[in-house]
Design a protein around this ligand. Structure first.
Ligand code: MEV
Length: 440
């Protein structure tokens, strides 16, 4: 096994050298590849190198845009970072469709985030702990003013701190459950710093409390929760049933009925719900990444929310009332538009500029619309043509790039598959035949 001490202390060239000489067969080729992804501007590269530890190069992802989004009456062109073909096209298609039918309507339902101090207390009289907590509760606010001052000035801060008894789940397990308003920042650092300060205050006061001493408090940890069901946004799109897609194979009314069934299946069948929600996250994550937000936090929180009843279910829903089709989704999105990567990463900054420098609430509403648009397009394809037709068309270019096709060769193969679903093997075969000089 190849081991090294002090890897992080090496400079970048030395790190690259070590990785290549220990793990790669063609050092020259690997070095050329890694270096080809270094940014030509040293300052930009340095910025990226300093985001994380042990960097050796950059990993590019495509940055696309989806125009024609009408959200709450305002036009947007959405920045999307995704590697998956079809996602941008699907969103653009849905955006255009709904922009001609009043657009997406989003509203923020709540913006509260939660964090906990998880601790053990094995005292016999629960009242002792609750009296102690009530006595010291104001200190969680007064003794943390140095940390909350700026946030309070922006309209946020600590909302509440509660003592929660979870000892029925695990002997002696209690929590300080704290709620926060973090305005335009995602708030992870703010919340975690406060929780650690709560621990200090809690322990210091417990030391002074003669009643509690025999039953010492044992702190396990203090950490924010990425489950944010109270940081919730709703997005919906509505139109008369007769305005829904139709063609010679399906009427608008049939489309509506089939669409509702597809949603119903995602509501009741977890296998389908996971894929259905994955499609929603195709749109959500693309924007979350483009704006420098934490997509792992969003993913974790969203899927927990999808399982809030105990059964994993669809995030989106649909109904028909008086011949009016309504498609809507509630989704928890704890986002920031200041702080973290949102202000540091030049492309995240660009994305926020492209969106008109939204505050966090507006960004929640935009990103929810991104999810709804992706979901609408996916269901629309699934219940009509199937997804492979559109998907493989986009994928065709990826296959041709993998095969190293020239622009002319790409043109010829794309023309060949104009009216066909291009399977991977069919493309490879056509390409090889063309290479051998045969007519494609
Ligand atoms: C593919 O990335 C996403 C879909 O599978 C979503 C869905 O099935 O609803 C098309």
């Amino acid at each position: 096994m190849t081991k090294i001490k002090g890897f992080s202390k090496l400079n970048k060239e030395a790190r690259v050298d070590w990785v290549i000489s220990n793990y790669l067969q063609d050092p020259k080729k690997s070095l050329r590849l890694l270096k080809s992804y270094w940014h030509s501007d040293d300052d930009v590269q340095k910025l990226h190198d300093e985001f994380v530890e042990n960097t050796i190069t950059n990993f590019f992802m495509p940055f696309g845009v989806a125009p024609n989004f009408l959200i709450n009456g305002k036009d947007y062109c959405l920045p999307l970072v995704t590697e998956e073909s079809s996602v941008v096209a699907a969103m653009s298609k849905a955006a255009r469709f709904w922009s001609e039918r009043g657009g997406f309507h989003s509203q923020v339902i709540s913006t509260i985030k939660t964090g906990h101090v998880h601790f053990l207390w094995h005292g016999k009289e629960k009242e002792l702990l609750s009296h102690f907590f009530e006595k010291i509760k104001p200190l969680f606010f007064s003794q943390t003013e140095h940390l909350t001052k700026n946030m309070v000035a922006r309209g946020g801060g600590i909302v509440d701190v509660l003592l929660v008894d979870r000892s029925h789940l695990e002997p002696g397990y209690y929590q300080l459950k704290a709620t926060f308003e973090t305005c335009d920042s995602m708030g992870a650092n703010f919340i975690n710093s406060l929780l650690e300060e709560f621990i200090r205050i809690f322990l210091a006061e417990a030391e002074k409390s003669l009643d509690l001493i025999p039953n010492k408090i044992e702190i396990i940890m203090g950490i924010l929760s990425n489950y944010t069901p109270d940081c919730l946004v709703r997005c919906e799109a509505t139109c008369p049933v007769s305005y829904l897609p139709h063609d010679k194979n399906i009427s608008s009314a049939q489309f509506a009925a089939k669409f509702l069934k597809a949603i119903r299946i995602a509501e009741i069948e977890p296998y389908r719900a996971v894929t259905h929600n994955k499609g929603i996250m195709n749109g959500v994550d693309a924007l979350v990444i483009a704006t420098g937000n934490d997509f792992r936090a969003i993913e974790a929180g969203v899927h927990a929310f999808a399982a809030k009843t105990g059964t994993y279910s669809s995030l989106s829903h649909a109904e028909i009332n008086d011949d009016n089709f309504r498609f809507y989704m509630d989704i928890p999105l704890a986002l920031g538009t200041i702080g973290g990567l949102t202000t540091l990463h030049p492309m995240a900054k660009f994305s926020l500029q492209l969106l008109g420098k939204p505050d966090a609430r507006t960004l929640m509403m935009i990103i929810a619309a991104a999810g709804v648009s992706q979901n609408f397009s996916a269901i629309r394809s699934l219940i009509t043509t199937g997804i492979q037709k559109g998907h493989m068309k986009m994928h065709l270019l990826n296959i041709l790039n993998q095969l190293g096709a020239s622009d002319l060769e790409k043109e010829k193969i794309i023309a060949l598959f104009k009216n066909k679903v291009p399977s991977h093997s069919a493309v490879v075969k056509a390409f090889e035949e063309m290479k051998e000089g045969m007519q494609p």
